[in-house]
Design a protein around this ligand. Sequence first.
Ligand code: NAD
Length: 334
Amino acid sequence: MNALTTGDLEGRTALFVGAGSTGGIGLATATAMAAAGARVAIADMASTNVMSLGAELPGEGHTAHTVDVTDRPSVDRLVAGAQGAIHALVNAAAILRTGAFLDADFDDWTQSFSVNTDGAFHVAQAVARHMVAEGQGGRIVLIASNAARIPRLNNAAYSSSKAAVIQLVRCMTLELGAHGITVNALCPSSTATTMLVDVQAKVDPSRLDGIVKGSIEQWRTGISLGRVAEPADQAAMCVFLASDGGRFVSPGALRRRCPDLLLLTRVRPGASPRSTRSASATRRPRAFRASPIRACSSASSPARWSIPRSSRRWRSTVPPLWASTLAPRPATRQ
Ligand SMILES: NC(=O)c1ccc[n+]([C@@H]2O[C@H](COP(=O)([O-])OP(=O)(O)OC[C@H]3O[C@@H](n4cnc5c(N)ncnc54)[C@H](O)[C@@H]3O)[C@@H](O)[C@H]2O)c1
């Protein structure tokens, strides 16, 4: 039996949307995948410096693009520009609008859904159609949030928009598994980016301290590792999901509060609601419960689980995704 690699993306191509923020999760993920050997295309709003950030990615053959995920023609143009297969998509594009529910501005609600939910739909559908047409399977990761599962004060719009992304992922998985496409929602915990420090915590050290240590005023339980995550921590999970080792992780809502609460759910594509429920609720092997990774699987009947076809087709060498918009750089992998 051959061991599966978890960090080698040589010969693969990946698209990152929402990767134009310095210090953001999207750019960190694109950087990690480029360092793992993938050719990447990063995209973000024209108002960001995405075009210049592309030139800083390790390796060569990468491209940078502008896109507005709320504008479907803009998304379609981006995907139509791909030359050949897109093996992996990571959508990190999102906005965070905070505010008390009683005072909430409806515009904040609609904008949150427009970017976070509609945007995820546009990007995922456009790329999934491309993946199906190319016939090589693929990996789709939509970044949601742990706020999609845990209610947060002053976060009604954001939390609700992200909860919809998780359900979108679950539904997509059932339909795309037959095409060898895995779909996962990555639900980061608090991660040191502009969105957390500037927008969520309002650059207030006491708020950040409350996030880490826990705060009854903020209805937060704290983070057992004693720090917020770094963008690289989230990026590592995306690299894994795009690698051979991640080929059987689908569908899933990956909940990343901290490693000891990481939850991977595996459900056979096409599984009935009943078998899905029983796999996660009643058949969880006891040995997994104390494990850092609690795999909720039907381990007692592995033959019922199908293996995505993508893993067999994945190895073909693929040229640069988009016509290069960046000058080649020396191949200095980090
Ligand atoms: N930082 C955290 O603590 C945290 C926690 C949970 C989930 N997340 C999620 O992780 C992802 C990355 O967040 P981040 O913390 O790196 O924030 P960030 O603000 O650095 O990155 C978000 C990116 O989305 C882009 N974007 C916004 N609207 C867009 C649009 N209409 N079209 C295209 N791009 C658009 C922004 O320009 C930005 O580059 C987001 O989906 C966020 O919701 C972050």
